[in-house]
Design a protein around this ligand. Structure first.
Ligand code: ATP
Ligand code: MG
Length: 432
């Protein structure tokens, strides 16, 4: 039971509320996580005190969501804890709720989405209040709506996406009536703002260790067809690849989250649709994110998985080995800055397609070789050890001939980077 004990700062806040004659309980995600044995940081407090009473009781507060009854209380370390007045949702339109205060704890728990999110614990007595059987569902590993599933999903369409995220995060089954209600919600998800949808996808990529199953559930429920039609027919392996991409982890790694998101839109050996950037922007990707994704998709379009595996399993380390030359040409085509993300993404896809165990280490080798090549080898005309002036001095005329000469030299050094020295290149040019 000690794992259920909230941190001292949270207990102190609850004590202040109770001494003033109010009820105070820890609720929601932290209680759920504690019961699952997962360390958690954000302990939300629910109270019978009105928001203005909460504000009056604590020195330092922040009105984080006053209209919904949430006051942020700052503890001695300046850490914010959310204290929310018990409430009813009286009226809903699929996303926005009109709330009414003056509810009881049980009523407050009843308006929550899933049984596992509707458990309260008293901060001192560690007494549990669990009117919907949340603990049993945690034990049986089942995600279930509080109350009538179709009705709860109609009240707030975001719950369909939340359900799939929680089921994925904890690897839970979805109770049949809840699943049916999710499927029935799919055609109505257009009500959600694209910002919310994107946020949900980001949370899936962050919180779910292996998102493929969740994404397949999105597909089965008809949610992809409704919200992301361009990937509704994507091969299973595209989603499976995401399971092989590192998750952002506790220390937030936005680049990793981004790569997982981008993987949704990338197909090796297939050029991306010209509309991709526009589509991503409609999905509320930032310009930077949209461009990075398009760049990855374009790069991946240049490389088939067969070619990738040939490059990965090449054994010779010699710079003039055909595989090394091929790797260089590929990097030149996709752009050296795209190499780290693209190699990770493509190798993850190769794994999803089932690379033999014997090639298991090959991906690591490929990554190292590709990085070395990308940042050491001459891959563009600008990397040549000669420039236009050198060539003019050597008698090459400005204009078309100059461009051709530089390209020709680049061809030579791509095949053998050791040739990329000024004297060597000028000699080569004379002998051309
Ligand atoms: P996380 O660890 O992802 O933060 P959480 O359970 O704390 O999980 P929040 O989105 O922070 O999720 O919400 C806190 C609590 O508020 C939930 O546990 C749930 O009880 C309730 N809740 C949140 N969103 C909804 C919703 N759309 N409908 C009903 N209840 C909700
Ligand atoms: Mg939370």
């Amino acid at each position: 039971m000690t794992r259920l004990r909230p941190p001292d700062e949270v207990r102190a806040i609850c004590r202040v509320l109770e001494r003033a004659g109010h009820e105070a309980w820890c609720v929601g995600g932290a209680v759920r996580d504690a019961l699952l044995g997962i360390a958690t940081l954000d302990w939300d407090i629910a109270t019978s005190a009105r928001p203005e009473q909460v504000q009056a009781l604590f020195k330092r507060t922040v009105p984080v969501g006053i209209q919904f009854g949430t006051v942020g209380v700052l503890d001695a370390h300046g850490v914010l804890h959310e204290v929310t007045t018990f409430r009813h949702d009286v009226e809903t339109d699929g996303r926005h709720a009109v709330v009414k205060f003056g509810a009881s704890l049980d009523e407050d728990l009843a308006r929550r989405d899933f049984t596992i999110n509707a458990i309260a614990v008293h901060a001192e007595r560690l007494e549990l209040r669990d009117p919907f059987g949340g603990r049993e569902d945690l034990e049986r590993r089942v995600l279930r709506c509080v109350g009538d599933a179709p009705e709860r999903m109609r009240e707030d369409r975001l719950r369909a996406l939340r359900a799939l995220r929680f089921a994925g995060r904890f690897e839970f089954d979805i109770e049949p009536a809840t699943w049916e209600a999710i499927r029935a919600s799919a055609p109505h998800l257009g009500r959600l703002s694209m910002e919310r949808v994107k946020q949900e996808l980001e949370k899936v990529m962050e919180q779910v260790a292996k998102p493929a199953r969740t994404l397949e559930r999105y597909r089965e429920a008809g949610i992809l067809a409704a919200l992301l039609p361009s990937i509704a027919e994507a091969p299973r392996e595209r989603f499976a690849a995401i399971d092989h991409l590192a998750r952002p982890g506790l220390v937030r790694r936005p680049d990793r989250r981004m790569l997982r998101l981008a993987a949704l839109f990338v197909e090796p050996g297939v050029r991306p649709a010209r509309r991709l950037e526009q589509q991503l922007k409609e999905l509320k990707f930032s310009t930077v994110e949209a461009r990075a994704t398009v760049a990855l998709a374009e790069g991946a379009g240049e490389v088939t998985l067969t070619r990738l595996r040939e490059l990965a399993t090449a054994t010779s380390d010699a710079p003039t080995d055909p595989a090394a030359v091929e790797l260089r040409r590929t990097i030149a085509r996709v752009g050296r800055l795209r190499v780290p993300g693209l190699t990770r993404l493509l190798w993850a896809r190769a794994k999803a397609e089932g690379v033999p165990a014997s090639e298991g280490r090959a991906g690591v080798g490929l990554y190292r070789r590709a990085m070395r090549s990308a940042f050491r080898d001459p891959l563009t005309v600008a990397d040549l050890a000669v420039d236009g002036d050198d060539l003019r001095t050597a008698g090459v005329e400005a204009g078309k001939g100059m461009g051709e000469a530089l390209q020709w030299l680049l061809e030579q050094v791509m095949v053998d980077p050791a040739l990329n020295r000024r004297e060597e290149l000028l000699a080569l040019l004379r002998g051309r």
